[in-house]
Design a protein. Structure first.
Length: 662
């Protein structure tokens, strides 16, 4: 989970999953074939990481269209979908179903999002970073930013029907599988489109000097990109809601019809039927955990025979599922209730506080933006969502000791099921850890592991976590570009998610990449390398603890800086910056190479209108505009990776014109 990488920009990616399946259809513009082309199941994931400054970021996704060599496919969404990006931290979620043409090559996608006032909703977290310009949400008063202070960049169309279109070229062309012998194939790979909420230009807050309301500019172009998903069986899917249907004659499959919660959240929460039919298998080998929230019972089932009578009542269900290699779904846990609200009231969100002293409980910012206290007792079970492992089907910890030993920390994405959904306060029966992100300053890097230390506005939540690398023989997905299997630790630069360093060079490469630091001298703070690691539980490197399967090098954002010296003939690819309290300037290097140029954004404010304009530094026009904006004294916000020589390698540079920000 990206907690905000910079003070006034959201940090992160979204995970939503679109299972493309059933039906015929091909790319638009192709000649009518003599025989209908086979359809193929191909999941599309929309992924995200989250921000400690926001508890809810809701967008309306109107359409997803794939691009083939011969044109665009039809809209893959049956209807517009409201998605809370904050809940999709490193997860996948079903949106709809459609079909791709077997054998067709797809080169990208085009996303359309609603862009009318109110179509993007922002709710402040209950404990944002120090200096964040918005008031925190409380249990009785979530702080929802007025639509008048949210400006969606690039909106087009008539008032009331405005949209923004986002083209997403694929890193590598995606070829839909071809049936081997007349059967409908199932893809073992997928497509992951990431809304990179950690991108410094995704959400820019602009507050005028002297006070006044902050205007939040939302920019979808640039922060949205693809990330290959070569192996479905490693995807962690977000729990989904449905109405139970018919159990198959062999008692191994349950038909359900997908439901969605009402957004924005209402109380009591209600469902919206989608009509989307899904088949959910049972884990006949390891068992599926079955919780009846009305009867307050739970059991482990290896078929649906013993619970068929309960399911025949067509109750609402919440399902934690995983993909099989053939694209089918198998349930890890199923929660049942006759009331949809009983399933939904289970707090889902990011942990914002943990009682690590007594282990009595923790606090979650839920889907409505409210901080929700959750109690822990001796019977509370903790699970870690890692498909195909014991941690996904058996508890990794029980009771308060899991908190007092520091195994649950701020920032984890969890889904809680209470013992009694009507109790106050809630006490957790189960806690599903859907993502375990550790993020912060990198330290103590050795050949065995490294530490990540994080500090928060509430000091009691600070942590310094020592993470060993996973074992060199531990399976760790596939290379995004080559498709080759990876074992052991891997890492990549935040800006280049497909350029993964793995194998024997991963550990020494990570040591070298995180050895830099930057100092302005005087009373100004120093800046070291930062990273994000989504940890895994139970690897041989730490059988009863967390290990680092990967690390993402994060750009460090330096706030409140000004240009000391601009671009010059003698330094055409660098400039220097100064900060309050510092005694020396720091060099910022940027790239103008096509395809890997530093991202530059001119941020203008006129009155209450904020405009974010990208400048292409690989062109003479863009570079000239950039140089003109970097005059001595100009306000800039630099996101960069500290280098070993004390300089900064820039990933994003925002420079401000008009009414300057605080």
């Amino acid at each position: 989970m990206h907690r905000s990488i910079q003070p006034f920009a959201i940090a992160t990616l979204v995970s939503a999953c679109l299972a493309a399946c059933g039906g015929g259809g091909g790319a638009a513009g192709t000649a009518a074939p003599t025989a209908a082309p086979a359809s193929v199941k191909v999941p599309l994931m929309i992924s995200d990481a989250s921000s400690q400054d926001w508890s809810s970021i809701q967008v309306i996704l109107s359409s997803v269209v794939f691009v083939s060599a011969s044109g665009n496919t039809a809209n893959l969404l049956a209807a517009p979908m409201t998605v809370n990006l904050e809940q999709l931290d490193h997860l996948g979620e079903f949106l709809s179903s459609a079909s791709l043409t077997a054998g067709a090559t797809y080169t990208g996608a085009v996303l359309t999002l609603s862009a009318n006032p109110g179509d993007v909703s922002l709710t402040v977290a209950s404990d944002p970073e120090s200096g964040f310009p918005e008031a925190p949400s409380t249990a009785t008063a979530p702080d929802v930013i007025p639509a008048s202070r949210i400006q969606i960049q690039g909106a087009q169309g008539a008032p009331g029907s405005q949209t923004v279109t986002v083209p997403v070229p694929f890193t590598a062309p995606f070829v839909a599988p071809t049936p081997a012998s007349g059967t409908t194939p199932a893809s073992t790979a997928g497509i992951d489109i990431e809304f990179d909420l950690g991108h410094p230009a995704f959400l820019v807050g602009h507050t005028p000097i002297g006070g006044g309301s902050t205007v939040w500019a939302v920019n979808f172009k640039g922060p949205v990109h693809d990330k290959p998903a070569p192996d479905l069986t490693h995807l962690v899917l977000r729990d989904f809601y449905a109405t139970a249907g018919v159990v198959s004659s062999d008692n191994l499959s349950l038909a359900v019809t997908r439901d969605l919660p009402t957004l924005p959240v209402v109380s009591p929460e209600t469902e919206t039927a989608t009509g989307q039919a899904l088949a959910i298998g049972v884990d006949a080998t390891n068992g599926t955990l079955f919780y009846d929230l009305d009867a307050h019972t739970h059991s482990t089932i290896t078929d649906y025979a013993g619970v068929a009578a309960r399911l025949d009542q067509q109750p609402f269900v919440r399902v934690a599922a995983r993909y099989q290699a053939d694209g089918s779904l198998v349930a890890t846990r199923i929660y049942v209730s006759n009331l949809f609200n009983n399933l939904f009231v289970s707090p889902e969100g990011h942990v914002v506080h943990v009682d690590s002293a007594q282990g009595a409980g923790f606090v979650v910012d839920d889907a409505s933006g409210k901080p929700t206290p959750v109690g822990v007792d001796a019977a509370t079970q903790f699970f870690f969502r890692k498909p195909g492992t014991a941690a996904d089907v058996t508890p990794i910890g029980v009771g308060p000791a899991f908190l007092t030993t520091g195994e649950l920390v701020r920032g984890f994405k969890v889904h809680v099921t209470p013992v009694d959904p009507n109790a106050t306060p809630l006490v957790a029966a189960t806690v599903e850890i859907e993502a375990a992100p550790f993020e912060g300053r990198v330290g103590n890097v050795t050949a065995a592991g490294f530490a990540l230390s994080a500090s928060f506005a509430s000091p009691g939540d600070d942590y310094a976590e020592a993470l060993p690398y996973i074992g060199s023989a531990s399976a760790n997905g596939k290379d995004p570009l080559s498709g080759a299997a990876i074992t052991g630790f891997k890492f990549w630069d935040f800006a280049y998610p497909t350029l993964v360093t793995s194998g024997s060079g991963a550990v020494p490469g990570f040591e070298a990449a995180t050895g830099g630091s930057v100092s302005f001298g005087g009373s100004a703070p120093a800046y070291a390398a930062r990273a994000l690691s989504y940890a895994v539980w139970g690897d041989p490197a730490s059988a009863n603890g967390w290990s680092a399967a990967d690390a993402i090098l994060l750009p460090t954002t330096l706030p409140r800086t000004t240009v000391a010296t601009g671009i010059s003939a003698s330094a055409p690819n660098s400039f220097t910056i100064a900060t309050a309290g510092g005694t020396n300037a720091v060099t910022v290097d940027f790239s103008t190479a096509s395809g890997s140029a530093t991202l530059a954004y001119q941020v203008d404010r006129t009155g209450d209108v904020v405009t974010v304009s990208p400048q292409d530094l690989s062109t003479s026009t863009g570079l000239a505009a950039f140089a003109a904006g970097l005059q001595a004294g100009a306000r800039v916000r630099v996101s960069a990776v500290p280098q070993s020589d004390g300089s900064l390698k820039a990933y994003v540079v925002d420079y401000f014109t008009g009414t300057a920000p605080q």
